[in-house]
Structure formats: C-alpha cells, structure tokens
Design a protein around this ligand. Structure first.
Ligand code: ZN
Length: 138
C-alpha cells in the first residue's frame, strides 16, 4: 500500500473536513486557515453524508484508467451542513437527475493500480435508500 494513500485514508473513507473554532465555518477538503475569518485554529470534523444536487454533468470520455466507468456523471453536491463537494454520482441514471435530488455518500472503488493490484476506494454519491448506506466492493 502506498504511504500517501494510507495516511490519507480517513479523508477518503470518512469525509473528514475541518471546522473553524472561532466562527464555526466548515470545509471539505479540510483547510488550515479559515477563509471567512482567517483563524488558524480548526478542528477535524466528519462531514454529513446526506446532501442534494446543485448541478450535474455527463462526461462521456474519461481520462486513462477510468474507461470502464464511462460515461461518468459528476455533480456539485451541497451537504446538509452547507458544504459543497464535487463528486461522481453513481447508481442513478443521468436522465433521472434533477436539481435538488437528494443523494447520500457511498464508498466505492475509484480505481485499481495495475502494477500493485491495490484498489483505491473513495466517496461518491448515490441514491438515498432506507437504512444505513454501506461500503461496497464493486
Ligand atoms: Zn472562521
């Protein structure tokens, strides 16, 4: 396993962002300086998994290594705490999407490293289902 990926795994599996201790602004990915008040004291916080779609787009051709996932749908997601995230949308046909569609974070395979066989996982967004969303290995 590569060291950078190992060190960053919490950011991929749990969506850890940061929260300003002074003005409570939240960020994802985490930042070291609050953009609102310039405070440098921020704590780590886990982002909520639920959100809604603010915008979306269909990418018919992808960069090398992602051909098997074509076409890919990407969306601008507003999490329930107001933080915005750009992420892949999965398990939802492009034609079914609308501005405001509710989604939830799911953890999925992002890509496999051909030389090491290591599989990288990360967050994507999918349909809201009853019960707890769980990571899958597909
Ligand atoms: Zn602040």
């Amino acid at each position: 396993m590569s060291i950078p990926y190992y060190r960053m795994r919490d950011h991929y599996y749990r969506m850890i962002g940061s929260k300003c201790e002074k003005c409570s602004a939240q960020y994802f990915p985490p930042v070291n300086i609050c953009r609102r008040c310039k405070n440098t004291r921020l704590e780590s916080v886990e982002m909520p998994r639920d959100g809604s779609i603010l915008g979306y787009t269909l990418q018919k051709e992808s960069v090398a290594g992602f051909e098997e996932q074509e076409p890919m749908v990407f969306g601008l997601i507003q999490l329930s705490n107001g933080v915005r995230v750009v992420a892949q949308i999965v398990d939802m046909p492009y034609e079914s999407l609308k501005i405001g569609t509710k989604v939830t974070a799911v953890f999925r395979r992002v890509k496999a490293d051909g030389s090491s066989g290591q599989i990288f996982y990360g967050y994507k967004f999918g349909p809201v289902r009853s019960g707890i969303s769980k990571a899958t290995t597909d």
